[in-house]
Design a protein around this ligand. Sequence first.
Ligand SMILES: Nc1ncnc2c1ncn2[C@@H]1O[C@H](COP(=O)(O)OP(=O)(O)OP(=O)(O)O)[C@@H](O)[C@H]1O
Length: 302
Amino acid sequence: MKIIEVKNLKKSFGSIKAVKGIDFQVHQGQLFAFLGCNGAGKSTTIDMLCTFLKPDAGEVWIQGHQLQHEDEEIRKSIGIVFQDGLLDDLLTIEENMKVRAALYGLKGKELQKAINDIMNTMHIEKYAHRLYGTLSGGQKRKCDIARAFIHQPQILFLDEPTTGLDPQTRQEVWNTIYNLQKKYQLTIFLTTHYMEEAMSADYVIIMDEGEIVARGTPFQLRKQYTRDKLTMISNHHFIQEWLKEKNIQYIQNGTEITAFIQNTFEALPILNHCQKYIEDFEVTRGSMDDVFIQITGKELHI
Ligand SMILES: Nc1ncnc2c1ncn2[C@@H]1O[C@H](COP(=O)(O)OP(=O)(O)OP(=O)(O)O)[C@@H](O)[C@H]1O
């Protein structure tokens, strides 16, 4: 079921065409990754979907509600976590949650239940009475997500949710996001600069200069835009000669010879023929980083 539908969405700032008429759909329960370099138009798109910014043209439906006609309903359907947390440093986590929950009209027992539920799910009960300003980056992120989820929206927008966190903390934050997604069938609209996070997405869109330049599952994108690599360690010239003869592209770095192959099976005949001369080898699949560079000609910078 489509939970977000975007048709011909456009936005310009003076002469800058930030979003040039994009179309896409997000299905319920998906982890949807929205990628692009700095200035690609991601934030502008998200700001329009979240009702903060008026589009110049186009139509958007979020959970069946039409943007610019039913914005109040859209705001109830979504939760948003920005790169910079919005919680009050001088309030405890529970106080922060109460302030937020009150904005959605939750009161009394219903309010306390909503807070307890989300704190349990996010494993942040232990910070309930700590001031937000005293928490670590990872702890803060979990609280930001909990706050965005207090009214149990169907869709969570996560704008670079793990930037600046160490790998272990990033994994912890992701585990809690996955928990939330599973428990509530949540749809997650993610922007990230970490390609390994995009690898876990159900569907990926890559934006460049206001346009969608690629879309598909990570598997489809890797298949379409990258080649696998067979790296062999050898001191012998036989391998280079044989690769040249077979017109197989390769690069050499000392004793390391990397042949570019369409798929992992193409490694088999090469290994068969060159086996005697190989000290070691490794087959690596094209990565999402390779996809991104291939499509945009740019690397993502954090
Ligand atoms: N309020 C604004 N006024 C003028 N230009 C803007 C405004 N907001 C965005 N832009 C321009 O629109 C283009 C798209 O910007 P946007 O912030 O949507 O990109 P982004 O993909 O989110 O980049 P980043 O990864 O750096 O956040 C950029 O050229 C940017 O300079």
